[in-house]
Design a protein around this ligand. Sequence first.
Ligand code: FUL
Length: 485
Amino acid sequence: MITRRALLTTGTAAVAAGGLARTAGARVRGNAPHAGGPPLPSAGQLAWQRAELAMFVHFSMNTFTDQEWGDGRASPALFNPSGLDAEQWARTARATGFRAMILTAKHHDGFCLWPTATTPYSVRSSPYRGGHGDVVAEFTAACRAEGLGAGLYLSPWDRHAPSYGSGEAYNDYYIAQLTELCKNYGPLTEIWFDGARSPTATHQTYDWPRIWRTVRRLQPGAIIFSDAGPDVRWVGEEHGAAPVTCWGSFDPERVKYPGYTAVDAEQVLGMGDPRGSVWRPAESDVSIRPGWFWHAAQDSQVKTGDDLLALYLSSVGHNSKLLLNVPPTRAGVLDRTDVRSLRDFAHLRESLLAVNRLQEASVQASSAAPGHAPAAVLDNDPDTYWATASDESRGWLAFELSRPVEFDTLRLQEAIALGQQIAGYRLEYRTPAGEWRTVTWGTTIGCRKLDRFPPVTARELRLAIEFAYGPPRLASVGLYRGTES
Ligand code: FUL
């Protein structure tokens, strides 16, 4: 698996690091700590994470040259999708539960999918729609027609641009491209910044503060993704999994700019930090195929619905968001094998979480703050919650059903609009002999925690919050029985 880590150099860290620290300090959009408490998500960050699923769309010159990283020398004449159908991408995404798509407007080879004024190396020089095509326009229109968020990826590493490696001249070029994308295609919901850089272009630093200012000015509603946020962070690996301990809060000093290599990414980016000063939840990106781009030779290696459900459990189910790449074919459509897997995934996910077997339970708590009775965990509203009385950081809920139920999955949700606090929980059930046995236990919860385990049958259960950094606020508890395969 190719990861951006392979590309990075640390030689130019100082300039970028200083710039980033300034920006992160100056930019506060609702994710600063409230007095004495944990950092809180902004409305945009909250909506972004609650959406759970976004689809990455890697489609460009590489699709036609059978490459993953083009060198920027392929002729524009090669880019000629015969039946590009962005509406098919969007219809498929929406029908299978995705809420946004992110398109590679420019990958590392520098080829632009929109008719940019900055370079002739674009769709304008290709045979696609006689040189009058604009894939970014088709993509954003299709997203909107289906009610999906539209996001864009613009690679900073550009293997075609002659100015790449020069420093400021290239940065101006990049900003001009970003400006076109931010100005001409309506509201964008996410801009995805890869920290990739040529290992040999040691003079090329990227001006992240300027890049982020440009997005803020032209697309104030867009969520900005990168290793270093500022709004949402990379999870630190590209296998679609967040660690079981995963905080939405983060210490911005640990990862100073996108592509920063001086830390163990999987640990630092993956886990976040319970004492971090900013809210910066993790996004888990992974491809449905071995490569990011479509290759005929990988048609037999498309992940199945079961594989995708496992990725959902290890990303969304670990307090992260899943960004699943589904690369269109040379024709410009999502391959039918991939579409079948997406449908199977949707079916498995929906049937797993269809019936909360705790729904009819009576629930009692160790204590409850006024207005936050324990029944709130069963009302299906992520903003109402059970809270312990008088700032106690431990407590328990006891559930009793009228008859035993069988289950193999636990869903927990913290009221993260108020921050993330819980760091240890345990679910127990009472055996017919009256003993209490552990079903499952874990550390963080956050937006959504999903645990799977061998089936258990029980009528009485208790959920203990064993450790929290502040008063625990639990929004939802569910028990489910997955479809047997
Ligand atoms: C990486 C790139 O090098 C890959 O080609 C892909 O675009 C992935 C999402 O990011 O850094």
